[in-house]
Design a protein around this ligand. Structure first.
Ligand code: SAM
Length: 323
């Protein structure tokens, strides 16, 4: 397991200073690896919802070139490849480890040839998203239809997808303008954002510290408010200001109960481990002890033993047209 550090890594390795009361020392984790695992579990558990979002997108004709901005380990890339079987996807992220994982997943699904990965920090370098259409870049290519002027243009994307990534950008308004200028005329920009962090436990859990999960997220949101001010933003007006015509907006509510056949328990475990790494030092000793009992996979009170888990979250999608 390699640790790849990139400018967007959040909490570093988890540490347990001897002076703080940590009832159950937690193992150290590789941050990028943990994040990748959560992204993969999210993709797995929410696969049907993701498919319903890609099915809903108001695309006029099947896009040939799609870009996934801040693609992570490829949840959106793989959903888009499935939704648009003729399309090539350019997947962009600042994490080399995430892109490597994405390529492995695409390869396992027999789709490696339809994916191009681009390593770029979009805050500092806007990559050329025109892609490589052999027909459009080679005037002598046999597939080139010389009567179609669009084929003589660079292969601009007809669809750009950004899921849970825009709020990470240092200057999202600039990013929106850059996406606008990169799209083919008439192309669509699909923005997917989370209304908040998913919740996994009932409100009255755990029995000895009811409301623990909410208190963890309150602590986390206090940190994020200053570091990620655009999380939970209304992207509609910002898209309009960047020159887009916002054609549709949709919010989906997710409530998936844990079952032996799904990965909800592991998604909850990985996510709450990450929450602990981020805000453990900001919790009361009693809450921290209760959280550690939940995260203890060997104890009777561990989260994987609970039968009342679910993933509850909301995702909003904006479909914005470059006119
Ligand atoms: C919450 S993840 C979402 C990943 C994926 N789109 C999904 O829906 O599963 C956010 C992603 O944005 C990437 N990211 C954050 N800031 C970035 C930047 N400035 N340039 C490129 N990628 C960035 C992160 O590396 C991460 O993979």
């Amino acid at each position: 397991m390699t640790h790849h550090s990139h400018p967007h890594a959040r909490a570093g390795h988890e540490s347990t200073p001897a002076s703080t009361p940590h009832p159950t020392p937690q193992p150290t984790h590789d941050h990028d690896h943990d994040h990748a695992e959560i992204l993969d579990l999210d993709a797995d558990v929410l696969a049907e919802h993701l498919a319903s979002i890609t099915a809903w997108l108001p695309v006029d004709a099947a896009p040939r070139h799609v870009v996934d901005l801040g693609c992570g380990t490829g949840a959106g890339t793989l959903a888009l490849l499935a939704r648009f079987p003729e399309a090539q996807v350019t997947a962009v992220d600042s994490s080399a480890a995430h892109l490597k994982r994405l390529r492995e997943k695409a390869g396992a699904g027999g789709m490696a040839g339809r994916v191009r990965t681009v390593l770029a920090d979009l805050d500092t370098h806007w990559p050329d998203l025109s892609g490589t259409d052999p027909a459009s870049s080679d005037p002598s290519h046999p597939d080139l239809d010389r009567t179609d002027p669009a084929r003589l243009e660079p292969n601009r994307p007809e669809l750009v997808w950004a899921s849970a990534s825009l709020h990470h950008m240092a200057d999202p308004r600039r990013t929106l303008r850059q996406v606008h200028d990169s799209l083919a005329p008439g192309g669509l920009f699909a923005v997917v954002e989370l209304a908040g962090f998913p919740r996994f436990l009932p409100a009255d859990a755990p029995e000895d510290r009811p409301g623990l999960e909410e208190r963890c997220h309150e602590a986390s949101e206090r940190r994020h408010d200053s570091r990620l001010p655009h999380r939970g933003a209304d992207w509609g007006p910002m898209l309009t200001a960047a020159g887009f015509d916002v054609e549709a907006e949709r919010t989906i509510t997710v409530d998936i109960k844990a079952s032996p056949s799904n990965a909800v328990g592991h998604y909850a475990l990985s996510s709450l481990r990450r929450v602990r790494a981020a805000v453990g030092d900001h919790l009361s000793p009693e809450d921290l002890a209760a959280l550690d009992r939940l995260l203890d996979t060997t104890g009777a009170h561990g989260i994987l033993h609970r039968s009342d888990l679910a993933v509850r979250t909301r995702r909003t999608v904006w479909a914005a047209r470059r006119t």
